[in-house]
Design a protein around this ligand. Structure first.
Ligand SMILES: [Zn+2]
Length: 114
């Protein structure tokens, strides 16, 4: 059994979400979070082979805790259905940390389903 992964602090800015995990702070960009949305609408679009391009100027407008397990994010494009469980945010944080440790271009997450 692993302990529940819940950030110690959350800071919402227009361009990013900053999460304070027990092992450090991580900044997740708004556009990156939008691309990772797992709501039914976005998953259906992904299944249909429709890769939506995320506007780089996209911003975060609101964040709201969902029970003890997730954060609901609202984006400037009006999309408000994205529920981001802490486990997903933790996953994204680990990718972000790894990307930051290299000075080159950040690694792209593989979207392979097979
Ligand atoms: Zn969505």
């Amino acid at each position: 059994m692993s302990a529940l992964l819940i950030p110690e602090a959350i800071e919402l800015a227009a361009e990013h979400l900053r999460l304070r995990w027990i092992d450090g702070d991580v900044v997740l960009k708004a556009a990156g979070l939008r691309a990772e949305c797992r709501c039914a609408q976005c998953r259906a679009a992904a299944r249909g082979g429709h890769v939506s391009s995320v506007d780089r100027s996209l911003t975060l407008t609101h964040a709201e805790p969902v029970g003890q397990y997730a954060l609901q994010l609202v984006f400037s494009d009006g999309h408000a259905r994205g529920i981001y469980p802490w486990s997903l945010l933790r996953e994204l944080s680990q990718v972000a940390e790894r990307a930051e440790s290299f000075s080159g271009s950040p690694a792209l997450a593989c979207e392979c389903q097979t």
